[in-house]
Design a protein around this ligand. Structure first.
Ligand SMILES: *Cc1c(COP(=O)(O)O)cnc(C)c1O
Length: 464
């Protein structure tokens, strides 16, 4: 579908070739069993060297291009006013249309700076769905948070084009009541916590209109602005003939403030971008930035990082790359569904989410089917995924019993430009293989249960 030539070729190829390689270490089943036991069945605690295919996250784990590496060499490490900053600023202005450009060390620093500078204590921050760090930073700034995703998001297996949308009716009635006490409306594109689902242009425009009518600023958490743009092009009427660059620009034009983690569609290994239109706000944010990020022309980054981002932002909008990117998730999703493996449908842009409850119906939520699937997948094939379910989001009641989360998902996130189709075929094969023996898979229980952010350091054992 995406080979440009004349549209005749159906094979979707990686639109790049490989110039520098990293050897993947092969391990034996016995070794993986040992590593898994040593890690208390928690793949966060396994050395990445012993992981064959690492789908833990798509954040900062992608491959940079030769153009980016060339730009890295141009990096100027002057403390103030480095030409690398000006190249970064120009790229961000060019792509987003926002004039005030503030670099930070990563996305969450943008969030902290923005909310502690411009949100009012006690106010609301309302969103289609806040990402964890955005939520935590809004709360740390004294705000109350509210997610109002569209109803389609509640049915994971039922496909819809734009499950990332905000519920406009609920947003309107909320703003009618609370606009004076609302610091920001946030649209997260794509909706990461909601499965990487895109937000439509129509939804963004209507959100803008409500923000204007009720005089509340609109922030777009645009970490995956390029992926969202290709979904709009593919799925929304009237955008078939626009380029991802034009679509992204139309989206950015709707926002008062944008925040981007450059570790996602910045195609870099580190960095964040805060951009806005209001110079006074920007001035206040820059003063706040100095506390944690350094100086406003480097924002916690080296000159070479700024250079890599300035190039990466354009590469993320390349249509051949974006086609390959979303087709990768679609391809894997199709193969898994054909094999009766339950996934969140349709797949988002950056990951596949497996429904572990459906995969392992015999394991009760109190024995963490998602964690069991993650551990089994590593043990069988050396693949690292992450549980997004009752380990991550569960809590304890007053008697100390586990209160499970509503969903038990396992996320396989795709680092950008890093793995080939053969790697993905291998992952598909491993999951189909696991499916055959799923009935004999065991649940897990905690042997160490941290009080907060349990998934990072928890330890488990198999339940017999
Ligand atoms: C990753 C992410 C962030 C935070 O960015 P970091 O660079 O990890 O700090 C914020 N919002 C969304 C939607 C993200 O995916």
């Amino acid at each position: 579908m995406n080979v440009k030539m004349d549209g005749k070729m159906k094979t979707i190829i990686e639109p790049f070739r490989i110039k520098s390689v990293e050897t993947l270490k092969q391990t034996t089943l016995e070794e993986r069993k040992k590593y898994l036991t040593q890690a208390g069945l928690n793949t966060f605690l396994i050395s990445s060297e012993n992981v064959l295919i690492d789908l833990l996250t798509d954040s900062g784990t992608g491959a940079m291009s030769t153009e980016q590496w060339a730009a890295v060499m141009r990096g100027d490490e002057s403390y103030a006013g480095s030409p690398s900053f000006y190249r970064f600023e120009k790229a961000v202005q060019d792509i987003t249309g926002h004039n005030e450009v503030i670099p930070t060390h990563q996305g969450r620093a943008c969030e902290r700076i923005l909310f502690t500078t411009l949100a009012k204590k006690g106010d609301f921050v309302v969103s289609n769905m806040l990402f964890d760090t955005t939520r935590a930073n809004a709360q740390a700034a004294g705000c109350q948070v509210k997610d109002i995703p569209c109803p389609e998001l509640a049915s994971p297996m039922t496909p819809a084009d734009f499950k990332g949308n905000i519920d406009l009716e609920k947003l309107e009635s909320f703003l009618k009541e609370n606009s004076e006490k609302t610091s920001f409306v946030v649209s997260t594109i794509t909706n990461n916590s909601g499965g990487g689902q895109p937000v439509s242009m129509a939804n963004l425009k209507a959100t803008r209109e409500l923000c204007t009518r009720y005089k509340v600023p609109l922030m777009i958490d645009a970490c995956r602005f390029a992926e969202n743009a290709i979904f709009i092009k593919r799925r929304e009427k009237g955008y078939e003939d626009k380029t991802p660059t034009q679509i992204a620009r139309e989206v950015f034009d709707l926002a008062d403030v944008i925040s981007i983690s450059a570790k996602k569609d910045g195609m870099a290994n580190m960095g964040g971008i805060l951009a806005m239109k209001n110079p006074q706000w920007a001035q206040d944010c820059r003063n706040n930035l100095i506390l944690t990020e350094g100086f406003p022309t480097y924002g916690g980054l080296s000159g070479r990082d700024l250079e890599a981002i300035a190039v990466g932002l354009y590469e993320a909008l390349d249509e051949a790359y974006l086609n390959y990117r979303i087709r990768t998730a679609q391809y894997m999703g199709d193969q898994l569904m054909k094999a009766d493996i339950p996934i969140v449908n349709p797949p988002g842009g950056h990951a596949i989410y497996i429904d572990a409850k459906g995969f392992l119906p015999h394991i009760p939520p109190q024995q963490f089917p998602g964690q069991s699937l993650v551990a089994n997948l590593y043990q069988l094939a050396g693949i690292r995924a992450v549980e997004i379910g009752s380990v991550m989001f569960g809590s304890l009641d007053q008697s100390g019993a586990e209160v499970p989360h509503s969903q038990e998902l396992v996320r396989l996130a795709f680092p950008r430009r890093t793995y080939t189709q053969a790697h993905f075929d291998y992952v598909i094969e491993a999951l189909i293989e696991l499916r055959k023996t799923s009935k004999s898979m065991k649940g897990v229980r905690f042997t160490y249960r941290p009080e907060v952010l349990r998934h990072f350091t928890a330890r488990f054992e198999w339940v017999d």
